[in-house]
Design a binder for this molecule. Structure first.
Ligand code: CAA
Length: 274
């Protein structure tokens, strides 16, 4: 089957990898010639890591034959579109509206980690729109969180679930509430860990070790914030504070670090040095 992924950053490249490894043809749309090149390399690098770990049934080169990276999405008979562009409602609406025309039969899924699916669906064929929230690193993390708004067609929910399950993921279904299930809880723990660091309760290393060895997390909440990006987590916390109240107000330390450009792993410095 054919799937379209819009946006070739960390999440988009990971989703493209997953779809290719699942035997699908993938059209990956980016927004400039430079980004087309970078996106293709990101998918190739991710597939190479999976191959090194013996996780691919074939070679990355074979799978990459099924990948087309384009600067402008044209008409394509896709059954699934997943957008993974930055967390900006207008941008996401724009790319989904374009995809709705280019792929008239496709489920229109957003990988947003916090934005309202109801808001995204406005002005679009809402019955085809759903939240399909993947987790970083996409080929590794087992979950897909389906976010269901009032206007979605049951056939869209069933189709998104089938896509995710056929790709080997476990699905949870969540109503369109701020932060869904996972971002709301994940950000709550992440913000509290930062406040504990501010209060001098323990060092960053010890807070993380506490959750890793005490609770069996694969990485502690501060290292995870570095992986996700401090700017990304700040934006989600601000959104949740606006929607759910001051208990989600981001800690000053997070704001200061983002203002200094300490964005986590991608900038080389966050709560840890990378
Ligand atoms: N395909 C592609 N890459 C793979 C892979 C595969 N099958 N298996 C592993 N890798 C990658 C890893 O991502 C890692 O990449 P980097 O070199 O870029 O770090 C590398 O290969 C090493 O992998 P290992 O398995 O050897 O490393 P590890 O045992 O340290 O595991 C981890 C790394 C999978 C990230 C693990 O620490 C983990 O699960 N951490 C928690 C991640 C998490 O909580 N993710 C959710 C974030 S929240 C989110 O995504 C939602 C949101 O809305 C923001």
């Amino acid at each position: 089957m054919i799937a379209v992924v819009i946006g070739g950053g960390t999440m988009g490249a990971g989703i493209a990898h997953l779809l290719l490894a699942g035997g699908h043809e993938v059209v990956l749309a980016e927004s400039s010639a430079d980004r087309v090149v970078t996106a293709r390399s990101a998918v190739a690098a991710s597939l190479a890591k999976a191959a090194d770990r013996g996780k691919l049934a074939t070679t990355p080169d074979e799978l990459l034959k099924n990948l087309t990276v384009v600067e402008q999405l044209a008409e394509v008979p896709a059954e699934l579109v997943v957008e993974a562009v930055p967390e900006d409602v207008d941008l996401k609406r724009r790319v989904l509206a374009n995809a709705a025309n280019a792929c008239p039969d496709a489920v229109l899924a957003s990988n947003t980690s916090s934005l309202s699916i109801t808001a995204l669906a406005q002005g679009l064929p809402g019955e085809r729109v759903i939240g399909m929230h993947f987790f970083n690193p996409v080929p590794v993390q087992q979950l897909v969180e389906l976010v269901v708004h009032d206007g979605v067609a049951p056939s869209t929910v069933a189709s998104a679930r089938k896509w995710a399950e056929d790709l080997g993921k476990t699905v949870i279904e969540v109503k369109d509430a701020p932060g869904f299930a996972t971002s709301r809880l994940g950000v709550a723990v992440g913000m509290e860990a930062i406040r504990m660091l501010e209060d001098g309760v323990a060092s960053a290393e010890d807070i993380d070790t506490g959750m890793r060895l005490g609770y069996g997390w694969p990485m502690g909440p501060l290292r995870l914030t570095d992986l996700v990006g401090l700017d990304v987590r700040l934006a989600i916390a601000e959104h949740l504070a606006a929607e759910l109240g001051p208990r989600f107000e981001p800690p000053a330390l997070l704001r200061e670090k983002v203002a200094r450009g300490e964005l986590g792993r991608k900038s080389g410095q966050g709560f840890f040095t990378w």
